[in-house]
Design a protein around this ligand. Structure first.
Ligand code: S3P
Length: 168
């Protein structure tokens, strides 16, 4: 089974992905980590030095050449929504959208220590408006996911929901 987790930054793709991979006894990958490793640069550094367009090109190259099967993969929040990569992901595995409300995303992202270049330096109010705007643009692509799950506060509960969806 190959599962691509998709969804907005802060929806819990990486945390849920790792837990899910453990349950399914599959390896876990994170597209941001793979890109950072291959470029020997953090994602914020890639944005700063080469810009977002270059980062999107790296995401596209990664998915165009994706060959790993039987794994759980957390994708960067914007990955499925650029260059119609959602359609590619849908041919390479099962896509699973983790849905979390905007207010909850803002709460989580405001207290997160991970840097997100698109949200750098924004106040919670500005962040809410930015997240709402980005989500509006991305929603039509996220909706093409084969499986849709409402992300719970408790990640273990979300994972149990996913397992039930996969097996029943
Ligand atoms: C991005 C989300 C980030 C990362 C990059 C761009 C986005 O990943 O890929 O900063 O455009 O939403 P997470 O969704 O894991 O935060």
């Amino acid at each position: 089974m190959t599962i691509f987790l998709i969804g907005m930054p802060g929806c819990g793709k990486s945390t849920i992905g790792k837990l899910l991979a453990e349950h399914l006894q599959l390896p876990f990958f994170d597209t941001d980590s793979l890109i950072a490793d291959m470029e020997a640069m953090s994602i914020p550094e890639i944005f700063e030095k080469h810009g977002e367009t270059h980062f999107r090109k790296l995401e596209k190259e990664l998915i165009d050449h994706w060959k790993v099967t039987n794994a759980v993969i957390a994708t960067g929040g914007g990955l499925p929504c650029n260059n119609d990569l959602i359609s590619k992901l849908n041919t390479k595995g099962k896509t699973l959208w983790v849905q979390v409300a905007t207010d909850e995303l803002v709460t989580r992202l405001s207290s997160s220590h991970d840097r997100r270049p698109m949200l750098d330096g924004l106040s919670p109010k500005e962040m809410k408006s930015m997240i709402s705007q980005i989500f509006k643009q991305r929603k039509p692509d996220y909706q093409k996911a084969q499986i849709k799950i409402k992300g719970e506060q408790d990640n273990d509960q979300t994972v149990r929901k996913i397992l039930r969806k996969l097996y029943t």
